[in-house]
Structures are given as structure tokens and as C-alpha cells.
Design a protein around this ligand. Structure first.
Ligand SMILES: C[S@@+](CC[C@H](N)C(=O)[O-])C[C@H]1O[C@@H](n2cnc3c(N)ncnc32)[C@H](O)[C@@H]1O
Length: 273
């Protein structure tokens, strides 16, 4: 298992400086943006949509300001829209957000920003979601500290990320990942290296237990996780402690391996509303 801080010196399986990593990741998403949504549907047979719906269902009770970090083309953000929320997509890639905006204006706000330096005021957000994004951060611990900073006391954090599948599934999943995905990337997106990065970066990200420990170390309470598709991906949950209510939460025992502001003026750097 790779340690989280090994992200900052890597680009997939290659060793690179943190600055080069950041630049190459930015180029990856610039290159794949026009075909990103199509590739997601093809690679996952549409299953990523079920995972994202599950994420949205788990936070259906949270109102106020919701920020979907690393929101890309706005998939998750669209699912978060409901009467009681203002939803903001935050992502460093303008090409990804521009591709998302071509799907139509459904009332989202689009904000340029990186996980490690969120352009958001302290304690201004009720819900922060991130799907398949933290794997691309260069400094994971800094990103988690930033997420905690911008959440209001009692605010909720949910991360959907690829994780470690059940042992029986792992060999098939590996075969599919390394043989099929880069070829699909070559055929459809004409970017095989971008999709090679995808499969390699998945394996560098901390597994269920290690990521939950990082979330807890970052100061979140109510830390838990829920596997989806036998651990191919995983929903991680946390809550920023609220000193007033004394609700701090604690790390529950790990599940079995199988399953497991509201003032918008505080938001700077908006691309468009
Ligand atoms: C795999 S896409 C996920 C997009 C969307 N959340 C989804 O699930 O379809 C990863 C996103 O992370 C963004 N990203 C890359 N580096 C980032 C960073 N340091 N902080 C936040 N987002 C980052 C990319 O621009 C890209 O849009």
C-alpha cells in the first residue's frame, strides 16, 4: 500500500517533482475534457452514475451551501441540486468546467480552485463532496485540512474515490484496468497516457482503512466508509466537529471487507453563476 504523501512525488507510476505532477495532471484533464463524460460511461458501463446517485442520496438531508470539489463537468453537482441548496462546482481545470457547462445551465455556480488552496471562506460551507478528485491532489493532507477549514461546524464531507476491491474481484479488475482502459482511452479519447495515469493513480491512493485514518487525523468526526461495487469504489464520510453541540464523532470499527454561508459573497473567484 502506498502512503498518501507519496502522491506528491509521483505521476501514476513515474517519479516526478510536485510541480511537474501538478502540471501534468492539469494537462491530462485539458486533453480529456471533451470526451471525459463519454469515456466515464464507456469505462464503467454507466455504473459511475449509480455510485454518484448513491453519494447524493446519502446527503439528501443537508441543506445550505454545497461545494462539489474537483467537480469537473458537474456530474455530481447536478445530482445535488434541490430546492434547499446552492451548489458550487470547484475545480482547477477550466476545460473540464467548460465541457460541463455545454450540458446546459442548471443553476450551478462554477468556481476555479484547487483542493490544496480552496478559494472559500472559513466555515462557509454546509456540505463538501468530492468524487474521483482527491487522487489528483498533490498534497492530500493539505487538501483535507482545507476541506475542514471551509466547512461550517457540523458540516458534512463525503468523498467518492476508487479503492481496493474484494480479493476475489481484484484479478479481473486489474486485467480490465490495465488491458482495456488505456486502449479505450486511445480509441475514444485519443489519450492512452491519460488513461494509463488513471489506472496507475487509482493504485497509489490510500485504501479504505488508510484513507479513513487520514480523514480522522485531519480532525473529522463521524468517520466511516461504505464500499460500492465490492470496493471498486468507496464512499467516505466525515463531519466537522461542532463544539457547541459537542458532536465530535469517532472512528467506528472498520466494516467487513466486502461492503461495507451561507453567504455566497464569501465565495471568491467565481467563473460564472
Ligand atoms: C476524474 S475527474 C472527476 C470529475 C468529477 N468529480 C466526476 O466524478 O466525474 C478529476 C477532477 O479533479 C480535478 N483536479 C485535479 N487536480 C486537482 C486538485 N489539486 N484539486 C482539486 N481538483 C483537482 C481535475 O481537474 C478533474 O476535473
Amino acid at each position: 500500500m502506498q502512503k498518501a504523501n507519496s502522491l506528491d512525488g509521483s505521476f501514476g507510476n513515474q517519479s516526478v517533482s510536485a510541480a511537474e505532477r501538478r502540471q501534468r495532471i492539469s494537462l491530462v484533464f485539458r486533453a480529456v475534457a471533451p470526451r471525459y463524460d463519454l469515456m466515464n460511461d464507456l469505462m464503467s458501463f454507466g455504473i459511475h452514475r449509480l455510485w454518484k446517485r448513491k453519494l447524493a442520496a446519502r446527503v439528501a438531508d443537508v441543506n445550505g451551501i454545497a461545494v462539489d470539489l474537483a467537480g469537473g463537468t458537474g456530474d455530481v453537482a447536478r445530482l445535488l441540486i434541490d430546492g434547499g441548496r446552492r451548489v458550487v462546482v470547484c475545480d482547477p481545470s477550466l476545460p473540464m468546467m467548460m465541457a460541463g457547462r455545454l450540458h446546459g445551465d442548471v443553476g450551478l455556480a462554477w468556481l476555479a480552485g484547487e483542493a490544496e488552496k480552496l478559494p472559500l471562506a472559513d466555515a462557509s460551507v454546509d456540505l463538501l463532496t468530492v468524487a474521483f478528485g482527491l487522487r489528483n491532489a498533490t498534497h492530500l493532507e493539505t487538501a483535507l485540512a482545507e476541506i475542514r477549514r471551509v466547512l461550517k461546524p457540523g458540516g458534512r464531507f463525503v468523498c467518492l474515490e476508487f479503492s481496493r476491491p474484494a480479493a476475489w474481484l481484484a484479478p479481473f479488475y486489474d486485467l480490465y484496468s490495465f488491458l482495456v482502459i488505456p486502449r479505450l482511452g486511445a480509441l475514444i479519447a485519443r489519450e492512452p497516457q491519460a488513461y494509463q495515469y488513471l489506472v496507475e493513480s487509482i493504485r497509489r491512493f490510500p485504501d479504505q482503512l488508510d484513507f479513513a485514518a487520514l480523514v480522522q487525523q485531519a480532525g473529522f468526526g463521524d468517520v466511516r466508509w461504505e464500499n460500492v461495487s465490492f470496493g471498486i469504489a468507496c464512499l467516505h464520510f466525515g463531519r466537522k466537529p461542532d463544539m457547541k453541540t459537542g458532536r465530535e464523532g469517532s472512528l467506528p470499527p472498520p466494516p467487513s471487507p466486502g461492503e461495507g454561508a451561507t453567504d455566497l459573497s464569501a465565495i471568491g473567484g467565481k467563473v460564472s453563476a
